[in-house]
Design a protein around this ligand. Structure first.
Ligand code: ADP
Ligand code: ZN
Ligand code: ZN
Length: 778
């Protein structure tokens, strides 16, 4: 394997603002000959000052004309990127209009993208910091590792990024030590360890006080050792194992198709509770038995402990969990578990699509319609596109599942690009479908309450009377609470962004959700000095306060961005609700997904239509999806569930068809609308976002870009704009957007690259251009 002939490596450097994908060539120094492979990280000098930067080795060259700088240090003993990942970065680049280095960084755990140090672990267990070793010592260690003789762990400098446990073992001295007979506890501890011989025991498992144990350590009777542990391990022990269920006829048909036909991706369309997850579990089991691996993607928001536990219950320690709530250290632990082959099933949110699994049997994307599968920062990839690439390359089955498939996917199934599989019945025949009722708020002017109609209040009271639980959802899309002066109508806005500040009662501040600006709630109007400041809007806090005023006895748990800021807060709230510590769970979209509480018999939607008026062609689809999801929450066990939807817009088809739980009806109606207005799935879209601190420059450059596009595109493509973004200014930058709608355009990529090239020009230093293919948010 070792090829010491290689003298020159090609390295992609990670330099901010270095907007090129061209690798740079570096000489491989003598002491590293044969030890560098593609996919390893290195430190190289860069620029005229020779500053050390991190880079990734992407290839080798046979010869090079001119002076070469040398690689200073190799940071890995084994490649951290696989060949497949390097290939993926090349493939996805055409789609995401981002630099290769940012694609590659998206595939690595954060810990490996930032500065870190590593520890060399010798055979006797002693450790040395890598950076303290001489080049010669590093070289011999690298060779030893290559030959399988020594281990090296990579660790962040900070202790926090490493979790250890203390273990204790008896020393030679223990047997002969004279304890006297003064302490019964000490004698007990001694006898225990004498019984164990040289077997170590975890300190925290010992039923003795710290003082007693300390005495033994201080007197060298017990040896204390710190061992690194996988931080998430303990989560696994608490889960009861679970068995596969006998599939019903529809499930069995889907299962058979997925395991036997590899010609096309599958779209599994099944109502909530129809047993999609059970199908996923059995498909994964099938492939594991064949020695293969599996990726299971779920939206971040539904990656609840309940969800992960279903996979842990079936597959135990073969499961790795990846989501944004993990610390960098925890993510790194899981990544290593995957890289080493120990984990064979990865359950994770969007970025888990990049995990370095080999021999993949199946990739599953649950709730495939979710917007969160598209990353809305660099690199702007859609997990579905990456899944298609990987499934094809690895010969894996690809399954996309949803109760409300995206129109894009459903249309592909219509044209047989995907194979459609449907589940039409609830898997548990005793779980009745909920009764959904729409309340017209226009006829419900309630003096006593701004947010609650009389029927909803009556229904809540009825359920609480019967000791059943209630979930209330506030649709936060397009909605926020703000502060307005009743005399002059002045709304307090962010000084940096053209947007009203959002009221946060817990901190008594007004916050900007775009730039983070915070200020105290004013006592008098900044415009007219009036004292008649009023708080507007139905933030979750306001709704909670109002309901507590109306029903003083009721216990409410609130779940929103404010109450889930801290780690595990989300899980704690759900656990408390599950244990019956509150009558009502009140929250935003967060509560709509993946929850399963048998005692919940009423779901109330406070405001169904706030998202309908957003300037986004997916507004109806999002509203429909949300209402269908939330309706699925009610009555999952044996009790009949009821759903009450409050709206000012009961005639809107998204609301009426959600009430009827009619996905096919919605699909037909919405497709007609999309066709008429030339939106996806009939057309592809690309958004070009132009930002500049000077509004006039932003406008001028937007028109320049429109001209470039016109020069390349056919007259079949449509370019909308430039128009100001719905929120025209954030972070002191003015934003303009263009939207390209097209079907087939040979020169599109070329045109967009030309647009990006604008930012390379000296006079455009302050210009920001973002290209977003198939944007999800407007
Ligand atoms: P979905 O993912 O479509 O919402 P789930 O897989 O969560 O549906 O199934 C809903 C409920 O029905 C779960 O409690 C699950 O354990 C149960 N279930 C699923 N399939 C079967 C089956 N074939 N037999 C019995 N119970 C099942
Ligand atoms: Zn005023
Ligand atoms: Zn702001």
């Amino acid at each position: 394997m070792i090829n010491s002939e290689r003298k020159i490596a090609e390295v992609i450097v990670d330099v901010p603002l270095m907007q090129t994908d061209k690798p740079f060539s570096y000489a491989i120094p003598e002491h590293l000959a044969g030890l560098i492979e593609v996919g390893m990280r290195v430190h190289v000098p860069f620029g005229s000052a020779g500053r050390l930067v991190q880079g990734l080795v992407v290839g080798f060259l046979d010869d090079f004309n001119g002076e070469l700088k040398e690689i200073v240090e190799v940071l890995d003993l084994e490649p951290v990127l696989t060949e497949e990942q390097l290939w993926l970065a090349d493939e996805m680049r055409h789609n995401v209009f981002s630099y290769k280095i940012s694609c590659l960084k998206a595939m690595l755990p954060n810990l490996l993208n930032s500065s870190y140090d590593k520890v060399l672990v010798h055979d006797d267990g002693s450790e040395e910091l890598w950076s303290s070793l001489s080049p010669e010592a590093q070289q011999s260690a690298l060779k030893a590792v290559k030959a399988g003789e020594q281990t090296v762990r990579y660790l962040a400098k900070s202790k926090e990024n490493r979790k250890t446990e203390k273990w204790l073992t008896a020393t030679d001295k223990l047997a002969d030590f004279d304890f006297g007979n003064r302490s019964k506890k000490r004698l007990e501890l001694r006898d225990m360890f004498l019984g164990l011989g040289r077997e170590p025991i975890r300190k925290k498992d010992l039923p003795f006080s710290r003082e007693v144990i300390k005495f033994f350590i201080d007197n060298d009777l017990l040896k204390l050792e710190e061992r690194e542990v996988n931080r998430l391990e303990s989560a696994f022990d608490a889960v009861e194992p679970d068995q596969a269920k006998q599939l019903n006829a529809e499930q069995a048909t889907a299962f058979q198709a997925i395991i036997s036909d590899r010609s096309r991706p599958f779209l599994l369309e099944g109502i909530t509770g129809s047993g999609k997850t059970e199908v996923y579990l059995q498909v994964i089991e099938h492939f594991l038995k064949q020695g293969k691996t599996a990726i299971m993607l779920v939206p971040e928001i539904s990656l609840t402990p309940q969800m992960s536990n279903r996979f842990i219950a079936r597959f135990g320690k073969q499961v790795a969990i990846m989501h944004s709530g993990l610390s960098d250290g925890e993510k790194y632990d899981e990544w290593r578990k995957i890289r080493s082959g120990e984990a064979r099933v990865v359950v994770g949110a969007r970025s888990a699509i990049f995990v370095p699994l080999t021999n993949i049997g199946v990739i599953i994307i649950d709730e495939e319609h979710e917007a969160s599968y598209k990353q809305d920062s660099n690199p702007r990839y859609h997990a579905r596109d990456i899944a298609l690439l990987r499934a094809k390359r690895q010969g894996a089955a690809l399954v996309m599942g949803s109760a409300t498939p995206s129109l894009e996917s459903r249309a592909r199934a219509q044209r047989d690009v995907y194979q459609l599989l449907t589940l039409t019945q609830r898997a548990n025949p005793d779980a009745l479908l909920p009764k959904v009722e729409v309340i017209d708020m226009r006829s419900q002017i309630n003096e006593a309450s701004a947010n609650f109609s009389k029927p909803l209040l009556a229904k809540i009271a009825e359920k609480l009377e019967r000791k059943e639980q209630v979930i209330l959802m506030l649709n936060r899309r397009g909605y926020s609470s703000f502060v307005m002066c009743r005399d002059c109508g002045h709304v307090v806005e962010c000084p940096n962004c053209d947007i009203s500040l959002t009221l946060h009662m817990d901190t008594k501040t007004l916050n900007c959700h775009y730039c983070g600006h915070t200020e105290a709630i004013p006592q008098v109007c900044p415009n007219c000095q009036s004292r008649k400041i009023r708080y507007y809007g139905s933030g979750t806090q306001k709704v909670q306060e109002e309901l507590e005023g109306l029903m003083p006895e009721v216990k409410i748990l609130r779940m929103d961005v404010d109450t889930t800021k801290t780690k595990n807060a989300h899980e704690r709230i759900l656990a408390d609700f599950g244990e019956g510590k509150a009558d009502i769970l009140l929250g935003t979209q967060m509560i709509a997904k993946g929850l399963d509480f048998p005692n919940v018999t009423l779901v109330g939607v406070i405001n169904a239509d706030t998202g309908l008026n957003l300037p986004d062609f997916r507004a109806s689809e999002r509203t429909f999806d949300l209402l269908m999801q939330v309706a699925g929450r009610a009555g999952r066990a044996d009790k009949l569930g009821e759903v009450l939807i409050q709206t000012f817009n009961p005639g809107h088809y998204a609301i009426a068809l959600a009430q009827a739980q009619d996905y096919e009806g919605f699909y037909a109606r919405e497709m007609a609308f999309r066709q008429k207005l030339a939106y996806p799935p009939y057309y592809f879209t690309v958004q070009v976002l132009v930002s500049h601190k000077d509004e006039q420059v932003a406008v001028k450059k937007s028109y320049e870009i429109a001209k470039i596009l016109a020069g390349h595109l056919t007259d079949k493509a449509k370019v909308l704009g430039p128009i100001p973004k719905p929120i025209a200014r954030t972070h002191n930058l003015y934003h303009y957007q263009l939207l390209i709608k097209y079907r087939f355009e040979d020169e599109l990529e070329e045109a967009l690259n030309e647009v990006l090239d604008l930012t390379q020009e000296r006079e455009n230093r302050d210009l920001r251009v973002i290209i977003d293919s198939e944007p999800q948010n407007f």
